[in-house]
Design a protein. Structure first.
Length: 448
């Protein structure tokens, strides 16, 4: 970008942001700006077209250029908030030129399609998903793959539909995904928990429950667990698959963050299963946070039953992802941009985890036990008796640091380990350091 052209683009953006140019009022003409900057008309046109391609302005033939909307500026107060509570990455950190390219291609290719004909997902997208899933050692035929709006929609259907094993009790890890716990309580589902910590779960306890309780399915997040930030080792994953087959229990494996794995040898539970007792769920919302889209792999003998319940699910929760989301995901995968994007995010996660680890160690002298730090976004801080977790969360909030209360990830007080969850999804290394300074200063205050 030459200096004059770059200066013009930045000057116009600044003038829009400060209100010099108003929405609906024509911007200076090409001729006027070429005189002002003492440059060619082509340079001005190039600057205007750059702004138009970035959706800051639009053009009307024979009239000129106009502002799409006033540029949004982040207030100083908002920029000072350190958000350890959100599990969603900030869209602004993503590669927006690639996104715009994929969106444009998606609109061009699918402009004559409609969502009504894609109940299972866009055919061309579904056809490439078996190869995509094979990268995670999930080998599934295309007819068993449903594209959906996200994991929550799939879980709601699985919870309410009957299973061939004739059982009705749902087993969940403790702690686990908070929104699923909320849903189970809301519909008064029959549910029990099994404790999980940094070492995983007690396989003997799991076998006892599989054998003696009427377990319909076991919902598990094997890797990048929320809120613990831990993963099951290979022995545990293989054992879970074997026990499910032995005792006729279904596994609902939520591998929401499969793309970002720092263990290249990791295979999901699905890999070791008999493929008749295994549902595999995956979301793209953590790596492509501008759209809600996921997938579910269904055991072949349950396809008809699942389809029946998927149809009526529209009465309470829309199942299908938007057509533009499906089309955009397809372009991402086909063009290999998704691989490029995942590589970039993985590098960011690795850097932030290193920063998190160096700061977590500072909590040991306060009697804080921490889990996570090896994969994904999350870490759980188990607090000592002298710390009131509600007061800690409130005091942190008053200093513009947001964290999540630990009890929202537990079914009840029976399993609850007093603590808070930290997420590094929406923070950078400097914010992690600053946030921990505030956390440790409060712990210093409490301990005195």
């Amino acid at each position: 970008m030459d200096t004059i052209y770059g200066n013009i683009v930045q000057d116009i953006k600044k003038d829009i942001a400060t209100g010099l140019y108003k929405t609906g009022i024509r911007l200076p003409s090409v001729r006027e700006l070429s005189k002002r900057y003492n440059c060619s008309k082509n340079t001005i046109v190039k600057a205007y077209e750059t702004l138009r391609n970035n959706h800051i302005i639009y053009s009307i033939p024979q009239s000129g250029y106009y502002i799409v909307e006033k540029l949004i500026t982040i207030t100083k107060a908002a920029s000072q908030v350190i958000d350890f509570s959100s599990g969603n990455p900030i869209i602004g950190n993503m590669n927006t030129p690639d996104l715009k390219h994929c969106l444009d291609r998606a609109v061009d290719i699918y402009k004559n399609n409609s969502l009504s004909s894609t109940a299972y997902g866009v055919t061309s997208l579904r056809e490439i998903l078996p190869k995509y899933l094979s990268n995670f050692q999930v080998f599934a035929p295309v007819n068993t793959i449903f594209v959906n709006l996200g994991i929550q929609q799939a879980l709601s259907i699985l919870t309410q539909m009957p299973f061939p094993n004739g059982k009705d009790l749902i087993l969940i890890e403790q702690p686990t995904y908070s929104y699923f716990i909320g849903f189970l309580k809301f519909i008064h589902a029959k549910v029990i928990g099994i404790e999980r910590d940094e070492n995983g779960i007690d396989l003997n306890k799991l076998e006892y429950l599989f054998k003696n309780e009427k377990i319909k399915f076991f919902y598990t997040v094997p890797r990048n667990h929320s809120p613990l930030g831990t993963s099951y080792n290979k022995t545990q994953r293989k054992a879970i698959a074997a026990l499910a087959s032995k005792y006729d229990v279904y596994i609902v494996e939520d591998d929401y963050f499969a793309d970002i794995s720092l263990d290249s040898k990791y295979d999901p539970i699905y890999t070791y299963s008999d493929h008749t007792h295994q549902f595999y769920l995956k979301s793209f919302s953590k790596i492509l946070p501008w759209m809600r889209i996921g997938l579910i792999v269904i055991p072949p003998d349950m396809l008809t039953l699942f389809e029946e319940y998927r149809k009526v699910s529209y009465y309470y929760s829309y199942f299908s992802a938007s057509l533009i989301s499906q089309a955009t995901l397809e372009i991402y995968i086909r063009s290999n941009i998704l691989n490029k994007h995942v590589t970039s995010i993985t590098k960011q996660v690795e850097e932030k985890l290193k920063c998190l680890n160096s700061n977590l160690s500072k909590l040991e002298k306060y009697g804080v036990k921490y889990m996570g730090k090896k994969s994904g976004f999350y870490s759980y801080l188990q607090l000592p008796d002298y710390v009131n977790e509600y007061k800690l969360v409130e005091d942190l909030k008053n200093q513009n640091v947001l964290v999540s209360l630990g009890n929202r990830f537990y079914l009840d007080e029976t399993f609850y380990k007093k603590g808070i969850r930290l997420s590094i999804a929406s923070v950078n290394c400097e914010e992690i350091k600053s946030g921990f300074k505030i956390i440790t200063s409060l712990l210093d205050k409490y301990i005195k």
